[in-house]
Design a protein around this ligand. Structure first.
Ligand code: FMN
Length: 188
């Protein structure tokens, strides 16, 4: 059977992002039979219906095609003002428009990292609500909240906290059977 293709999406555009670093750590933790590439969303313009109507910009077309082609999405995002980040919401808004709504029946796993102690729960619950109403299949558990992220990575973005590494390993390991279950639940 072909490997399951995962698209990683970070909700932070920051070069030194802890979320992007954690996503890259997941590349090392994927179980056999899964591969992952990481999307870029920093070149997607702000959503504007007039621009959409005139023709989707290339970065939007690329992102939508990547989401559509993926067997599953792994989204890592910080919390901004108790909710999801603007770049991530913008990318989701672009990708959610007709003709093909690319989150439909898509298996999705999410986690978050923040420098605050809680690790971004309000962001995760808002993200879950947004994706669920788009008929995405968001994996219920395990929930992974990386609080105090600034103490868990070294200056090169290497995850040094073994407990967090184990949580991420459990998340990506559990994602594989979730994708397989959702495929059975929603045959093509
Ligand atoms: C606009 C803005 C709002 C933020 N709001 C929150 C928040 O509500 N909760 C929280 O835990 N951290 C908040 N933070 C701090 C982030 O957790 C911190 O900047 C984190 O490092 C961002 O993730 P990144 O390292 O992946 O870029 C906020 C940061 C910014 C820039």
């Amino acid at each position: 059977m072909a490997d399951l293709k995962i698209l990683g999406i970070s909700g932070s555009l920051r070069k030194g992002s802890f979320n992007t670093a954690a996503l890259k750590t997941c590349l090392e933790l994927l179980p056999a039979g899964m591969t992952m590439s990481i999307a870029r969303i920093d070149d997607i313009p702000l959503f504007n219906q007039d621009v959409f109507d005139a023709g989707m910009p290339e970065p939007v077309k690329r992102f939508r095609a990547e989401v559509a082609a993926a067997d599953g999405l792994l989204i890592a995002s910080p919390e901004y003002n108790f909710s999801i980040t603007a770049p991530l919401k913008n990318a989701i808004d672009w990708a959610s428009r007709p003709p093909n709504q690319v989150f439909q029946d898509k298996p999705i796993a999410i986690f978050s990292a923040t420098v605050g102690p809680l690790g971004g729960p309000r962001n995760q619950y808002d993200l879950r609500r947004i994706l669920t109403q788009l008929w995405g299949h968001v994996m219920p558990r395990p929930e992974v909240f990386i609080g105090a992220a600034n103490t868990k990575f070294d200056a090169n973005g290497k995850l040094t906290d073994e407990t967090t590494r184990k949580f991420l390993a459990d998340l990506v390991t559990g994602f594989k059977p979730w994708i397989e279950r959702m495929r059975v639940a929603t045959p093509a």
